[in-house]
Design a protein around this ligand. Structure first.
Ligand code: NAD
Ligand code: LMR
Length: 343
């Protein structure tokens, strides 16, 4: 449904923000896990997004308070809080984009894979509900381990007969955000001008920042590139250790999640040339899911873009990462089929 807002206060605000359109479509966005460390700031950032007309905040507890709080912000969208499984249907019906940060975070000493047992069950339940109540929504998966929760979501949607590979995204934007920040610092570039693609996956050495393609060019020495790569790969652990048992990245993740959801909404609205990195079904390598640059459009993924030219170092780390993925894929397959009963 389209509603003309061009002449309204909201419309003028949109024009000022560069969303110059005669009419802006109504778009419903749900955040599942909205009362959590990521969920709350992400709810606020989505409330600030002028492309959102309805914001549904769902969690197993505490969402009425979060929704009442966020709803007082004087921006376009109407906010509603939903709590508990009984209200999941209402939260999801009519959604264009569903963002999932529901699940437990890491503590120091844990890997993202240690979250698998709990988070796979949570994601499975939520995706079964998405298949039922908003099968056409774009799904932005934040819950870890992203390298496994995305294939699990795909399996749930396949079983439900609703799988569309163009609509399922693992959110790897935080890796891009980190790579840009770290590169800008080393290259002494204005961070706002920096672009760095990050491909692969979202765990340790599967995170592959392509600094050879970074702009603006800085011709950094190889040891700087290696250090930047390692810091990007370990960015999550850096935050987990600094938080010392109080969780993992929440604020930077909310920022990254809001960037990615905004890109999805722009794509849905027909804005041309919206490109972000994301972990999606892919034929770019031999792996079934892989993060690379993705062009977003009216149906979700419009094009999964190739890796582009890689440096010798990037080629080597990519081969190692693909090996790690291939090993893990057998256990993901095992987990999906045997440990997680797909409805
Ligand atoms: N993709 C990324 O780059 C990235 C970055 C940071 C964190 N994460 C992951 O995001 C997840 C959430 O992190 P957090 O710090 O917000 O954790 P958190 O514990 O602060 O919040 C999680 C929220 O999920 C809710 N929840 C649990 N089960 C649910 C269910 N069945 N339905 C709806 N909500 C449910 C909890 O009530 C809680 O409010 C973790 O798995 C974390 O590892 C991913
Ligand atoms: O590291 C984590 O556990 C959270 C997240 O995946 C991150 O990269 O910050």
């Amino acid at each position: 449904m389209f509603r003309s807002v061009a002449r309204s206060a909201a419309g003028k605000h949109l024009l000022r923000r560069g969303y110059a359109t005669e009419s802006v479509p109504d778009r419903k966005v749900a955040v599942l896990g909205a009362a959590g460390g990521i969920g709350q700031p992400l709810a606020l950032l989505m409330k600030l997004n002028p492309l959102v007309s309805r914001l549904a905040l769902y969690d197993i507890a505490n969402t009425p308070g979060v929704a009442a709080d966020v709803n007082h912000v004087n921006t376009r969208s109407e906010v509603a809080g939903y709590v508990g499984e009984d209200q999941l249907k209402q939260a999801l019906e009519g959604c264009d984009v569903v963002i999932i940060p529901a699940g437990v975070p890491r503590k120091p000493g844990m890997t993202r894979d240690d979250l698998f047992n709990i988070n796979a069950g949570i994601v499975k339940g939520l995706c079964a509900a998405i298949a039922k109540y908003c099968p056409n929504a774009l799904v932005n998966m934040i819950s870890n381990p992203v390298n496994s929760t995305v294939p699990i979501a795909a399996e749930v949607f396949k079983k439900a007969g609703t799988y569309d590979e163009k609509k399922l995204f693992g959110v790897t934007t935080l890796d891009v955000v980190r790579a840009k920040t770290f590169y800008a610092g080393k290259a002494k570039a204005n961070v706002a001008d920096v672009n760095v693609p990050v491909v692969g996956g979202h765990a340790g050495i599967t995170i592959l920042p392509l600094f050879s393609q970074a702009t603006p060019k800085a011709n950094l020495p190889e040891e700087d590139i290696k250090a930047l790569t390692k810091r990007t790969q370990d960015g999550g652990t850096e935050v987990v250790e600094a938080k010392a048992g109080k969780g993992s990245a929440t604020l930077s993740m909310a920022y990254a999640g809001a960037i990615f959801a905004d890109a999805c909404l722009k794509g849905l609205n027909g804005v041309p040339d919206v490109v972000e990195c994301s972990f999606v079904q892919s034929t770019v390598t031999e792996l079934p899911f892989f993060a690379s640059k993705v062009r977003l459009g009216k149906n979700g993924v419009e094009e999964v873009m190739g890796l582009g030219p890689l440096s010798d170092y990037e080629q080597a780390v990519t081969s190692v990462a693909i090996g790690v993925f291939t090993l893990a894929a057998s256990s993901i397959g095992f987990a999906v089929v045997n440990r997680i009963a797909i409805p």
